[in-house]
Design a protein around this ligand. Structure first.
Ligand code: ATP
Length: 251
């Protein structure tokens, strides 16, 4: 496993030999990963593999050992606020919306770091991506459907105009038709110049949309490569796609 970097464009996010521990227990070990501009990268793995832990460490919610650079800047010494200001954003697995505030006010919270003059354009962009949020802008977040809450969590993260959006299990608990919608929007983000680092139990959907993928087991990356190749890998197909892939290649 090597930290593949396109020599023409330095990676937007580049983490190298990263370890994250809960006390004495290392949940992430010696992980290296890159995300380039305009790239969707997915991390596939079973429950408890360490995927959320890695995203949280990149965001600065958990401390990491190793190196982490974003847009050419060493982010290891930065707190969460400064990482957001640098262009990183995380939509956490449990969405963490303010249930008793309406859609617009939740979005407004995501805009507090950007100039007031730019907030209107940010609202415009988010409402364009998620017309449903515009329709429901005065509705309390706690009364939205699961899919709408996921859209709101993504919209709030996008209000800060990140360069890289990290999504932790965006399809969790959602009906298939909503999942398709969320994945379509993830594709639109890439088309709009936002890179995406996607952690997802729905490996099939994630590998379909991603450019590249990493497979995580017990805190380590065991495989990486173009998403199409990872999806065709026999072990990945058997473990994460729920079938023996015809003509699939071994690791
Ligand atoms: P899931 O999809 O279930 O969230 P994951 O791949 O994201 O899985 P993590 O949540 O990162 O996995 O968990 C990695 C390991 O760290 C697991 O063994 C988990 O039990 C452990 N772990 C997670 N959070 C904590 C915590 N707050 N304290 C101690 N151990 C934790």
């Amino acid at each position: 496993m090597n930290g593949h970097t396109n020599p023409r464009t330095a990676a937007l996010l580049s983490v190298s030999d990263v370890h994250v521990a809960y006390g004495k227990v290392e949940a992430v070990r010696a992980v290296s990963l890159d995300v380039a501009d305009n790239e969707i990268v997915t991390i596939v793995g079973a429950n408890g593999a360490g995927k959320s832990t890695l995203l949280n460490a990149i965001m600065g919610i958990l401390p990491l050992k190793g190196t982490a650079a974003f847009a050419g800047q060493d982010i290891a010494p930065l707190d969460i606020e400064d990482r957001v200001a640098a262009g990183l954003s995380l939509v956490p697995e449990h969405r963490e919306l303010f249930a008793t505030m309406n859609v617009e006010d939740n979005l407004q919270l995501g805009a507090f770091r950007i100039a007031k003059s730019k907030a209107a354009a940010a609202f415009e962009r988010v409402y364009h991506l998620f017309p449903r949020l515009k329709e429901r802008r005065k509705q309390l977040a706690g009364t939205l459907s699961g899919g709408e809450q996921q859209m709101l969590a993504m919209g709030r993260a996008l209000m800060g105009t990140p360069k890289l959006l990290m999504l932790d299990e965006p399809s969790l608990g959602l009906a298939p038709i909503i999942v398709a919608d969320i994945f379509r929007i993830i594709g639109e983000l890439r088309a709009n110049g936002v890179s995406v680092l996607l952690v997802e139990q729905n490996a099939r959907a994630a590998l379909e949309i991603a450019d590249r993928a990493y497979v995580m087991e017990l805190g380590e990356f065991i495989l990486s490569g173009p998403a199409r190749e990872i999806a065709a890998n026999a072990r990945v197909a058997a473990s994460y796609l729920g079938f023996q892939h015809e003509g699939a290649s071994g690791i």
